[in-house]
Design a protein around this ligand. Structure first.
Ligand code: SF4
Length: 217
C-alpha cells in the first residue's frame, strides 16, 4: 500500500466513523468495517438464526458475494432477480422479502448526519428496509457517503446511482444513454419512490454497516 492510499483510506475512515456515530445517535445499530471481508463476516454471523434471507437487488450486496455463503449455510435465499423466474414468480419473491427473517440491502446514499436516502422503482427494496423483515442489514460503501442533507443525497443518486442502474437493467430512459438525469417521464422511469429513513423505524432491527471501500452504485 502506498502512503497516498494509506492517507486516502484514513480520510475515508474518518468520514465513515462520523456517519456511524450519527447513525447511532439516530437509534440505528451501526458498525464500521475497514474491509468488505469484515462486512461479509458480520452478515454471516448475524444470519445464524435466519431461515430466510431476502435480497433487495443491491449491487453493494452483490459486491460482497455473500449469497453463495448464506446458501451454503442452508438459508433460503429470496432473490427476485434469479434467472428463470416468470414475472409472477418475481413478484411472489418480492412479497416474501417483506416478511423474511433477514433482509439485505444497500443504500443509494448515506448522509454524514446518519440518514438513509433511497430512490426505488417498485418499492420492494425500500419497503423491506423499514417494516416487515425481522432484521435488516444495510451495507453502505464509502462511496455512498454524502456531506449535507436530502438535497445533496438526491444529487448523488441522480448522478451516480439512477443512470447507471437504468443502464444496467437495460431500461429505455434518457439517462441510460446519456448518463444524465433529465427528470424524464419515460414508461421505464426508475425514479418513482423516494424514501428518507432518518431514525431507526421503531419496530425494525435496522443495522447499518459502513464499509471503507467502494461498494455498489
Ligand atoms: S428520472 Fe428518468 S432520466 Fe432521471 S434518473 Fe430517473 S429514470 Fe433516469
Amino acid at each position: 500500500m502506498t502512503l497516498t492510499t494509506e492517507l486516502v483510506d484514513w480520510t475515508h475512515e474518518q468520514r465513515c466513523r462520523k456517519a456511524v456515530a450519527a447513525l447511532e445517535r439516530n437509534g440505528f445499530t451501526a458498525l464500521y468495517c475497514a474491509t468488505s471481508q469484515e462486512a461479509f463476516d458480520y452478515i454471516c454471523a448475524e444470519a445464524a438464526d435466519a431461515a430466510t434471507v431476502g435480497f433487495g437487488g443491491s449491487m453493494s450486496v452483490v459486491d460482497l458475494k455473500v449469497a453463495d455463503r448464506l446458501g451454503a449455510m442452508g438459508k433460503e435465499l429470496l432473490i427476485h432477480g434469479a434467472p428463470g423466474l416468470s414475472p409472477a414468480e418475481r413478484v411472489a419473491v418480492m412479497r416474501r422479502q417483506l416478511t423474511c427473517d433477514l433482509f439485505l440491502s444497500g443504500t443509494n446514499a448515506l448522509t454524514l448526519g446518519g440518514w438513509l436516502v433511497n430512490i426505488d422503482a417498485t418499492g420492494n427494496r425500500v419497503g423491506s428496509m423499514f417494516f416487515g423483515p425481522k432484521k435488516v442489514i444495510v451495507v453502505a460503501g464509502r462511496n455512498k457517503l454524502v456531506e449535507g442533507g436530502v438535497q445533496e443525497a438526491m444529487a448523488r443518486i441522480k448522478e451516480w446511482a439512477s443512470p447507471p442502474n437504468a443502464r444496467r437493467l437495460s431500461y429505455k430512459t434518457p439517462c441510460a444513454t446519456t448518463g444524465v438525469c433529465s427528470d424524464c417521464n419515460a414508461p421505464d422511469r426508475i425514479c418513482r419512490i423516494t424514501t428518507v429513513i432518518d431514525r431507526r423505524p421503531r419496530l425494525t432491527d435496522l443495522r447499518v454497516v459502513v464499509v471503507n471501500e467502494n461498494l455498489g452504485l
